[in-house]
Write a protein that binds this ligand. Structure first.
Ligand SMILES: Cc1cc2nc3c(=O)[nH]c(=O)nc-3n(C[C@H](O)[C@H](O)[C@H](O)COP(=O)(O)OP(=O)(O)OC[C@H]3O[C@@H](n4cnc5c(N)ncnc54)[C@H](O)[C@@H]3O)c2cc1C
Length: 446
């Protein structure tokens, strides 16, 4: 079997300054696209070989889109760059004194290091929730959830136990931000238009979708107008919205809220928070609230040639004293500016400080329904916001192929209400569920 010590990074030596980028997300690819390979050698490390368009991840989870519709191979994105080198490997740390990046298969010296490693799910230290809940952060999370949703309907249609049937048909989404809202809306749409014809023997009036938020309104990062409209629409579609509600525990069978209320559910989706994907080896005073403290030039606190951009970076400015929002635009804009600034720094010129241009935010709630907060305190909702949402998401999708697949898929769904990917390819089984493992092994599904 191939061992790690049989592998090596194999990056050619160079006379040009070497920029090492950790992460091919929104920040990393926008930086790499703007850096000129005549001026720099560019090395990108990512633990996955694709760039994911996370705003549409909920559609993969709810059988609306195939995973490859929202992902683009990183090598393909840069196949026209001469001195660009991608390696599929996890970065384990950095040695800022030696100016080396450490990976699972060896170390590499850098001239400039850019950490664009994004964020990961935050369970706020609750190990039990981490073990039993379904996160919504990566492609594998969405595929696990898709299997879980479809398996729940299959099992609900076969169980003789009414209590278990109800637990299978109760879906609890924790986190009333855009991901939670979009998931809830999409599940409600499936309940109305898709599932009754798939499972004619199952009573879908029993299917409950709960959306749970700790603060006093859904979509807390958006305007109160957007929150109010969203809640109104969600409740109209039969979603049970619980605000000011905190989850205390979830053992895989029952969720218990602070105050004692309980719901039996086989599916608790955790979309309640993220934290920076940190890289070991940075100075201790460069880390604050699980993010990397940077100055207005994206330079990591206490370092010279190390930079951080996007979700992992905490850049405090007068306009954003708690850092920029954890959305795609700050990552895209920081990546683009850093490309210019690295060029300036390499020529001993003065870099330009970052100024965030807020283009507004959008969230889809359901068919023909979305909310939008635009610059100059302009708010949109309903059909117009829905059209804006469709347009923006097609526009920002990376790659012509993805745009075409998503657009044709949406058009098909628009006219037919159908969702083509209701397929369980790899059944989801919790690691510790030995009984389920045994049953699936017997039925040759594993
Ligand atoms: C479900 C979901 C929905 C979202 N919806 C929206 C939305 O509607 N609008 C919006 O603007 N934003 C949305 N966001 C947020 C947006 O996706 C992020 O703000 C954006 O991706 C941040 O870009 P980034 O480059 O910092 O990180 P990412 O895009 O997350 O990229 C980080 C990359 O780093 C890699 N990586 C991490 N650690 C390592 C390591 N140690 N070694 C190697 N590689 C590593 C990862 O594999 C990943 O490819 C959503 C996010 C999620 C999860």
């Amino acid at each position: 079997m191939l061992q790690y010590d049989q592998l090596s990074l194999n990056i050619p030596d160079t006379q040009k300054p070497r920029v090492v980028i950790i992460g091919g997300g929104f920040g990393g690819i926008n930086l790499a696209k703007k850096l000129k390979s005549k001026d720099f050698q560019i090395v990108m490390f990512d633990k996955q070989n694709y760039h994911g368009f996370w705003p549409l991840l909920y559609q993969v989870a709810t059988a609306g889109l195939e995973p490859d519709a929202i992902a683009e191979p990183l090598r393909k994105l840069f196949d026209d760059c001469d001195d660009f080198h991608f390696r599929l490997v996890k970065v384990t740390g950095v040695d800022t004194a030696l100016k080396q990046v450490k990976t699972l298969i060896g170390d590499l010296p850098y001239d400039y290091l850019v950490i664009a490693s994004g964020s990961k799910t935050n369970y706020f230290g609750n190990k039990q929730i981490q073990q039993n809940a379904f996160p919504m952060k990566q492609m594998t999370d969405a595929l696990n959830l898709r299997s879980q949703l479809l398996q729940s309907f299959e099992q609900a249609s076969m169980t003789k136990d009414p209590g278990m049937r109800q637990a299978l048909l109760n879906f609890v989404i924790v986190g009333g931000g855009p991901t939670g809202v979009e998931l809830a809306g999409s599940l409600a749409e499936m309940r109305k238009h898709v599932l009754p014809s798939d499972y004619p023997g199952l009573d879908f009036s029993l299917m409950n979708i709960y959306l749970v938020e700790g603060l006093d309104r859904v979509l807390p990062p958006m305007s109160p107008e957007a929150s109010a409209k969203t809640r109104q629409y969600l409740e109209k579609t039969g979603i049970q919205v619980k605000v000011k509600t905190m989850v205390e525990s979830y053992d895989g069978e029952t969720v218990t809220f602070k105050g004692g209320e309980q719901i039996r559910t086989q599916t608790l989706i955790w979309a309640a928070g993220v934290q920076g994907s940190l890289i070991d080896g940075l100075p201790a005073d460069a880390i604050e609230r699980s993010r990397i403290l940077v100055n207005e030039f994206s330079q990591v606190n206490g370092t010279q040639d190390v930079f951080a951009i996007g979700d992992v970076a905490l850049m405090k400015t007068p306009d954003y004293p708690n850092g920029h929002p954890g959305v795609a635009q700050p990552a895209i804009q920081q990546g683009a500016l850093l490309a210019k600034n690295l060029f300036r720094l390499s020529k001993q010129q003065v870099p330009e400080p970052f100024k965030y241009f807020d283009k507004g935010s959008l969230a889809i709630i359901g068919r023909y329904q979305a909310v939008a907060d635009l610059p100059k305190k302009l708010h949109l909702s309903g059909f117009v916001a829905w059209i804006a949402w469709l347009f923006v998401h097609i526009w920002y999708l990376i790659g012509f192929r993805s745009k075409l697949i998503v657009l044709s898929n949406w058009l098909y769904r628009f006219f037919t209400y159908d969702r083509g990917t209701r397929i369980i390819i790899r059944p989801h089984v919790r690691k510790d569920d030995t009984v389920a493992h045994e049953i699936l092994a017997k039925s040759e599904m594993l």
